[in-house]
Design a protein around this ligand. Structure first.
Ligand code: CO
Length: 504
């Protein structure tokens, strides 16, 4: 073994991560600060940097190092940390090398064109316009699966990009159980006598005061404003340049304080994960989050399990009332709590509540999996979509714009992404149950505004490890068992049976 390989490898790798950070700064700036005329050249600047990054990644020098280090890993000669670095980079490297350059170009040209066509099709409510594009994308993604290779379903090859090591067979089983719980549970909620008035949340909330309140809540959660920023963008997001510079955004609606606040809490959940990575691990997979699903477990836990809980608002409602006295002093706590948790089947995924959200995801997952496996045809999508909406939600879809055309993912070729949203919810409930077992009086602490107990638990058990464990290893280490959808089902059942006074 050449003692120097792994060190040389890590040094070269760090260069790539620095370049990647620079690209992230440019992307963030584009979404948050850039004047409109900057768009065209900025896109080229970013494309150039990404090209350089890619060339370096597949360069003969780097390839030689990757292969040498992989050999040492296979021979069991590396420490756990180094083996993690070698394993994760090898994953990426071998995938990249299986895809012919011509194919990568074709896919990227197709998706950038089809995203524009999709936007037009949605605006004009014309699925037919998008149909030939989507057909091409599905054909290309099937090809991608063939290039990459898989066992079982070709969908596994695509899923692996977003949720490494996860398998469609496991998802199908867990999602199936969740769907079988959700459909009758939603029907029960719809029949419930309890009426909730969500309109009480609407009012007049000056943006300046909203910003102040959002920052206050993010700060209480432990977002470090000396290692990050909260700004404004059309679509809220989080990004990071390293653990000590994490950027998140929200959007403000003058009439709806809860809209900015739930985005901020969600993005703070993502950002705490990034700030919780070890700074000294920057430049390798040890300093990176595990997967989309685990990332989403952090945002969803804070947004819903904490940020829409009675205990959280026991502390924050008086503060909210103090910031917006004219509005909230006339609203009873109980009515407020119910209003922020109202369940209402709706057409649009991004507007969905905690109960119906996962039915939206399950529907999309089932469809995209069937498309990739070839058991349904792209032509039939509107009908399949609308039938499922009727079956799962009991609602009629009035137009494709509000149905099958609503999400950007498929037009961008992001197939295999959707299930990570629901995986995030499932992981979050299982982690939260473990946190409640581990941390004394966790919920009483939350009700007293002491959010640091949960944050520190997450940091110690999840954040600091980076990619050292796979998602399934992490779940097992932290909770003592494999991913188990029952935690999320139990959580929903308890919370919403109380709110809607269902007999269980
Ligand atoms: Co998110």
């Amino acid at each position: 073994m050449d003692q120097n390989n792994i060190e040389k490898f890590k040094e070269k790798l760090a260069e790539l991560y620095h370049l990647n950070s620079a690209v992230a700064v440019l992307n963030w700036d584009q979404d948050v600060n850039m004047p409109i005329k900057g768009n065209e050249l900025r896109a080229k600047t970013i494309a150039n940097l990404v090209g350089i990054l890619h060339d370096k990644f597949i360069s003969p020098d780097f390839s030689k190092l990757v292969k040498a280090v992989k050999k040492e890993m296979d021979a069991g000669e590396l420490s756990d940390d180094n083996a993690c670095v070698a394993r994760e980079i090898w994953r990426e490297f071998s995938r990249e090398n299986k895809l012919p350059l011509e194919f990568v170009k074709e896919l990227s040209q197709t998706t950038s064109r089809s995203q524009m066509i999709w936007a037009k099709a949605r605006k004009e409510n014309k699925f037919k316009l998008f149909l030939p594009e989507l057909k091409k994308i599905i054909a290309l993604k099937r090809k991608e699966a063939e290039f990459v290779g898989y066992t079982g379903s070709p969908y596994n090859a695509l899923l692996d990009t977003y949720e490494p090591y996860m398998r469609v067979e496991e998802i199908e089983m867990i999602f199936g159980e969740l769907r079988n719980f959700l459909i009758p549970f939603l029907a029960k909620i719809k029949r419930a006598k309890v009426k909730i008035n969500e309109k009480i949340l609407r009012g007049n909330f000056p943006i300046e005061k909203q910003i102040e309140f959002n920052k206050f809540v993010a700060g209480k959660m432990g977002f470090d404003f000396e290692a990050g920023r909260l700004d404004v963008s059309t679509h809220p997001f989080s990004t990071n340049f390293h653990a000590e510079d994490v950027r998140m955004t929200t959007r403000y609606d003058k009439e709806d304080i809860l809209s900015s606040l739930s985005s901020t809490i969600h993005e703070s959940g993502h950002s705490l994960y990034e700030q919780g990575l070890k700074t000294e691990n920057f430049g390798s997979p040890l300093g990176e989050s595990i997967s989309h699903g685990i990332h989403e477990s952090q945002s969803r836990m804070w947004e819903n399990m904490v940020g829409k809980s009675e205990n959280f608002w026991k502390y924050f409602y008086p503060k909210l009332t103090k910031s917006f006295p004219e509005h909230f002093k006339k609203i009873k706590f109980e009515d407020f709590y119910k209003a922020i948790n109202a369940v209402r089947p709706s057409l649009i995924r991004v507007d969905a509540d905690e109960v119906t959200y996962n039915l939206h995801i399950i529907l999309r997952f089932e469809i995209e999996k069937d498309l990739i496996e070839g058991s349904i045809e792209v032509e039939d999508l509107p009908k399949i979509w609308n039938d499922k909406m009727k079956e799962y939600f009991g609602i009629i879809v009035p137009s494709d714009a509000l149905g099958v055309l609503q999400d950007v993912h498929w037009s961008g070729g992001n197939i295999g992404y959707f299930p990570t949203y629901t995986l995030g919810n499932l992981y979050s409930a299982q982690f939260y149950a473990a946190a409640k077992r581990d941390v004394l009086n966790l919920e009483r602490e939350i009700a007293a505004g002491h959010l640091e107990h949960l944050r520190e638990w997450l940091r110690k058990n999840i954040h600091i490890h980076g990619k050292l464990y796979s998602a399934s290893e992490l779940v097992k280490n932290v909770t003592g068992e494999n991913l188990n959808g029952q935690y999320f089902i139990d959580y929903l059942n308890k919370k919403y049976s109380e709110i809607y006074k269902l007999d269980t």
